[in-house]
Design a binder for this molecule. Structure first.
Ligand SMILES: *[C@@H]1O[C@H](CO)[C@@H](O)[C@H](O)[C@H]1NC(C)=O
Ligand SMILES: *[C@@H]1O[C@H](CO)[C@@H](O)[C@H](O)[C@H]1NC(C)=O
Ligand SMILES: *[C@@H]1O[C@H](CO)[C@@H](O)[C@H](O)[C@H]1NC(C)=O
Ligand SMILES: *[C@@H]1O[C@H](CO)[C@@H](O)[C@H](O)[C@H]1NC(C)=O
Length: 407
């Protein structure tokens, strides 16, 4: 085929503009930093958008449009969402021979009286959806709106069986637990990162939220809940993800509800040897922790816990130096907690350490939580009906943290 000089010029500009256009993917790590394709540091300052509960559809759509919710996130200056999903959704797609429609999902989770009522509100607010829209298409739509508004998507596998997370007896606690089928888990991760490769703004994925001791299964708890089992499964899943989507960062969460990664940072101990350079994709590995020391009485105690839990990865010279993201922390938004010890501490400490974060939680209410429909979330940034912030004072304070993080 003959290419004119003119078309070559157009092709040339196409290459240049795609290399320099947001989101400047892929992200890579270098030591403790995350860089975009231009070599600039990237730090997440974002919010959790839950989608892994019983309905397995991201929350809030019966009250607001996707566009208005994303605009709200953008108005805070945030650059990322941690979008959670349940493996059961993918099981339904693959084993059930097609995704469940949004309409069927509401009927199943909320019953045939309330289900259609909530579903119709979802359609009123989001008229681009219809009777044939499936759950995973809602994920596509959220990602597309985030792309439009230049917000990164970080996927998080929150649960195997859709439901409120997390307890040690919910059957989702550990590899091999009642609902935590390891094969289906890896298949689900593979499915979502393959799908997300088309979004353009899927930058990373958390392999599993809050691994914890499966207390109601003594055998599993005693023989399997340990670092060697963690390493076997997390490394295997990371390889599946990287093979399916080599561009995205892969977040490794720790034990005890993702509050410790100490042996991983040290690289040795607790029965494991972990070396990022043993991976064929060492520049895709990121660590994530959660922190809910909400009753701490001093910032120094929070800081020292974070360092020993895994923030030492930022400065270690003998262990694995990796980026760290605090993918969950949060507090009641309906009182003065935003100016208490815990929130004030993280508001200053995380930006000072150049650590990314996603606060729990965007939701003003949940479709259903632990059996209660239209459950009010007092930790939610939004009010019950997702129309305004729950507390403008708390939001002002959070907005300053976003600015400090991205400064
Ligand atoms: C990333 O930010 C840190 C801290 O400000 C700085 O030391 C480092 O040089 C930056 N890296 C790049 C590639 O900008
Ligand atoms: C505990 O977990 C193991 C591993 O998945 C399973 O084979 C066993 O049936 C479980 N035991 C109980 C009592 O649930
Ligand atoms: C990982 O392996 C490299 C290359 O062998 C070595 O230089 C480094 O010290 C190891 N790191 C850890 C944490 O063991
Ligand atoms: C949303 O809730 C607020 C109070 O929380 C109320 O004032 C407002 O009328 C509600 N809006 C809708 C559309 O329900």
């Amino acid at each position: 085929m003959h290419l004119s000089v003119f078309s070559l010029l157009i092709l040339g500009f196409g290459v240049i503009s795609s290399r320099c256009a947001w989101p400047d993917a892929p992200l890579v790590t270098s030591g403790r930093w995350i860089h975009n394709a231009k070599g600039d540091n990237v730090t997440y300052a974002g919010v959790n958008w839950p989608g892994a509960a019983d309905v397995m559809i991201p929350e809030g759509l019966q009250y607001a449009s996707i566009a208005s919710i994303v605009s709200g996130i953008k108005s805070l200056g945030m650059n990322a969402i941690r979008l959670t999903f349940a493996i059961e959704m993918i099981d339904d797609i693959i084993d059930g021979g097609g995704d469940v429609t949004v309409s069927a999902a509401f009927n199943k989770a909320l019953g045939t009286t309330n289900g259609p009522v909530v579903y119709n509100k979802v359609l009123q607010n989001n008229p681009q959806f219809s009777a044939s829209t499936t759950r995973v298409q809602v994920y596509d739509a959220i990602a597309a709106e985030c792309f439009k508004q230049q917000i990164y998507v970080h996927l998080d596998n929150h649960m195997s069986k859709g439901g409120w997370c997390c307890s040690t007896t919910d059957g989702n606690a550990w590899f091999g637990d009642t609902y935590f089928d390891v094969t289906k888990w890896k298949r689900g991760l593979q499915f979502m990162v393959t799908r997300g490769a088309k979004w353009g703004n899927l930058m990373s994925i958390g392999m599993r939220n809050e691994l914890r001791n499966p207390e109601d299964n003594a055998t599993l708890n005693t023989n399997s809940y340990n670092w060697p089992t963690w390493q076997t499964n997390m490394e295997a899943a990371a390889k599946v993800i990287n093979a399916a989507n080599p561009d995205i960062l892969i977040f490794f969460s720790g034990l005890n509800f993702d509050t410790t990664l100490a042996p991983v940072v040290a690289g040795t101990g607790s029965g494991i040897t972990f070396n990022k350079s043993d991976f064929t994709f060492p520049d895709k590995i990121v660590l994530e922790l959660h922190n809910y020391q909400n009753s701490a009485t001093s910032c120094s105690s929070i800081e020292s816990s974070l360092v020993s839990d895994g923030f030492s990865t930022l400065t270690t010279t003998t262990g694995n130096q990796l980026p760290m993201v605090l993918t969950e922390w949060g507090h009641d938004q309906s009182n003065n907690d935003y100016e208490g010890v815990y929130a004030s501490c993280l508001h200053s400490y995380l930006p000072a350490e150049h650590v990314g974060w996603t606060i729990w939680v965007l939701a003003g209410s949940y479709y259903i939580r632990s059996g209660t429909q239209d459950y009010d979330e007092t930790w939610g940034l939004y009010n019950h009906n997702w129309t305004a912030w729950r507390s403008t004072a708390a939001i002002d304070s959070l907005t300053k943290m976003v600015q400090a993080t991205l400064a």
